[in-house]
Design a protein around this ligand. Structure first.
Ligand SMILES: *[C@@H]1O[C@H](CO)[C@@H](O)[C@H](O)[C@H]1NC(C)=O
Ligand SMILES: *[C@@H]1O[C@H](CO)[C@@H](O)[C@H](O)[C@H]1NC(C)=O
Length: 278
């Protein structure tokens, strides 16, 4: 009697133990699988900083879509930020390094107005915070493994800082390369303008629309100490890092609305008064 009971208890115990162990294995396997799906946030070599030319972006956004409109930064010669992308040499990404750390506009409120000018969501018909949320969730969560970029405010502030310091309009203008609706550029001249300022070649990105090649983006890279460097592992042709068709001219279109002269005067005057009264 007594030993029978004891054996039953023992069997019961073994059963429980087995079930428990089995469950634990199952759980830890599940956990490992989940963890594997999120890439290691620090598994990248450099940051790719991409500026875009709003007029070209607008050509693509509105192409054959008459109900599409564009949002432009106030300054007509402003390039805007597309993103700061952690990149492992020879690949793209990593991406989406922390699926629970989502974009939160409250984190960037202090610089929201500056961001609207520097990191403009050109595509008016998309949600207001679409671009910032996308860039943070996909790239920012990976960039955050660097202490200098480990918050949303730091990541987006760094973008503004880099744009001010490495503004493509400054470098192109210095080389006498100006937006034009009529005259195209060649990739060699764009490259030369950047090399003469930074000592490294940019990645020159083009896109065709109706058989016309537009200058869309210029990308430069930074190491983890934020020293400027050439973007490694990109497509090279004839000594240029580019996806453009280098035998064809590249359009760098002027802004759709040339700014109203009187408005500019008024703006300057208001600035002047503000300067005086502050
Ligand atoms: C993801 O982000 C949250 C919120 O910042 C943080 O608490 C958590 O530690 C992060 N997870 C990983 C794997 O880095
Ligand atoms: C350039 O072309 C656009 C039309 O695409 C026009 O609205 C704009 O006024 C032109 N800009 C200049 C400076 O000629």
């Amino acid at each position: 009697m007594c030993s029978k009971g004891l054996i039953s208890v023992l069997i019961l115990y073994l059963c429980f133990d087995f079930a428990h162990q089995h469950k634990e294995n199952h759980m830890s396997r599940l956990y490992r699988q989940l963890a594997a799906r999120m890439p290691a946030a620090n598994d990248w070599d450099f940051l790719m900083f991409t500026q875009q030319w709003p007029s070209s972006m607008c050509k693509v956004w509105t192409h054959k879509k008459p109900h599409h409109h564009c949002v432009f930064p106030k300054k007509p010669d402003s390039w805007t930020i597309h993103g700061i992308w952690p990149t492992k040499k020879g690949t793209k990404g990593p991406f989406n390094c922390n699926n629970t750390w989502l974009f939160d506009v409250e984190q960037i409120r202090p610089i929201e107005n500056e961001l609207e000018e520097a990191w403009t969501n050109i595509e008016k018909e998309t949600a207001l915070y679409n671009l910032w949320a996308h860039e943070w969730n996909k790239h920012g969560t990976c960039a955050a493994s660097l202490e200098a970029l480990n918050s949303q405010l730091k990541y987006f502030s760094k973008g503004i800082e880099l744009l001010n310091k490495y503004h493509m309009n400054d470098m192109l203008t210095a080389a006498n390369i100006l937006p034009s609706n009529t005259t195209g550029l060649n990739a060699q001249d764009i490259n030369k303008a950047i090399v003469s300022k930074l000592g490294i070649r940019p990645f020159i990105a083009c896109e065709f629309e109706d058989g016309i090649q537009y200058l869309m983006e210029l990308r430069i890279c930074f190491d983890k100490q934020m020293n400027v460097m050439e973007c490694e592992g990109e497509h090279e042709i004839n000594g240029l890092i580019t996806n453009c068709v280098i035998s064809k001219e590249i359009m760098y279109p002027a802004r759709e609305q040339p700014p109203n002269r009187q408005l500019v005067q008024l703006y300057k005057f208001v600035n002047w008064v503000q300067w005086f009264t502050l």
